[in-house]
Design a protein around this ligand. Structure first.
Ligand SMILES: *[C@@H]1O[C@H](CO)[C@@H](O)[C@H](O)[C@H]1NC(C)=O
Length: 293
């Protein structure tokens, strides 16, 4: 009996911790300076606890931002962010990966602020070979200004997955077979920034930034990166195929993850370029797979 209970208990634990790729390998939090450097307006970044936490500041003179020291080809990247609290209308906080060249690849999280008590929008986008126009927008199921939440990207040869905490909110499958370019040979750096975008961000630009509420502050910690680090001009990663994110369980979402993604689709999605027939009379090829979800 005891051993039966033990087995039940153990399998429950395994299920609860996600036996099959439920969450990417647990991120390791490190100080800012280990993986990142400021990119502009250095005096608008504040450091706490030896750089284990930082704040970006936006005022009417400037926003600010930072980028990773390394360039990566595939991996898992995450950040804990607490968005600008209170009246954040007009502000945008971004966390993204981007390559340097003209036909660039990019994987974007953009958080669009709002008036006090009104919901943030999380906009995601994927650029491949310089082509974007793949916006999706969702509301979050929590207030992102109250606590730190984890925003992460898993990127391998098979898929790009956007996670909010442990929930996959978007998947961009490798649809090379459908003629869609997929990022695979241009290293990307990570970037984050806070800036004023009141010409478009909140209610399509109707709500302007209220500068009397400045400075606007977004807080960051975590600074985890776990990718194949290569030189900026590298075309491939030496250890391609051998790293944890290349393994079977990370090549597709599992059933539980698809269920959670379906939940996001039903309850939180505001906009999906895949269903915007007015803007795209011919739907993008990768959307054929997107619709199966
Ligand atoms: C801001 O709040 C308004 C009103 O609730 C909502 O329509 C809008 O989607 C919210 N978010 C943004 C970023 O505009």
């Amino acid at each position: 009996m005891a051993s039966f209970l033990w087995t039940v208990c153990l399998s429950f634990l395994l299920l609860a911790s996600g036996s099959r790729g439920a969450a990417p390998r647990k991120p390791i939090d490190v100080p800012f300076g280990r993986n990142y450097v400021p990119t502009w307006a250095f005096d608008h970044i504040k450091y706490f606890n030896g750089g284990s936490e930082i704040q970006l500041m936006l005022d009417k003179y400037t926003g600010t931002g930072f980028q990773s020291k390394g360039s990566y080809l595939f991996g898992h990247f995450s950040m804990h962010i607490k968005m600008v609290p209170g009246d954040s209308a007009g502000t945008v906080t971004a966390f993204y990966l981007s390559s340097q060249n003209s036909e660039h690849d990019e994987i974007d999280f953009e958080f669009l602020g709002n008036r006090t008590g009104q919901p943030y929008i999380l906009q995601t986008n994927v650029f491949t070979g310089g082509k974007g126009d793949r916006e999706q927008r969702i509301y979050l199921w929590f207030d992102p200004t109250k606590e730190f939440h984890t925003y992460s990207v898993l990127w391998n040869m098979y898929q790009i997955v956007f996670f909010v905490d442990d929930v996959p909110i978007r998947v961009f499958k490798n649809c090379k077979d459908l003629g869609v370019r997929f990022p695979f040979n241009q290293p990307m750096k990570l970037y984050s920034s806070l800036w004023n975008a009141d010409d478009w961000a909140t209610r399509g630009g109707l709500e302007k930034t209220d500068w009397s509420k400045a400075p606007f502050i977004a807080s960051y910690k975590g600074f985890h990166t776990d990718g194949c680090e290569v030189s900026v001009n590298a075309k491939f990663c030496e250890t391609q195929g051998k790293r944890w994110w290349d393994q079977k369980e990370f090549q597709d979402l599992d059933a539980a993850q698809y269920q959670r993604l379906a939940w996001i689709r039903q309850k939180y999605t505001i906009y999906n370029y895949c269903t915007d027939r007015a803007r795209f009379p011919t739907i993008a090829p990768e959307c054929k797979r997107d619709r199966d979800i």
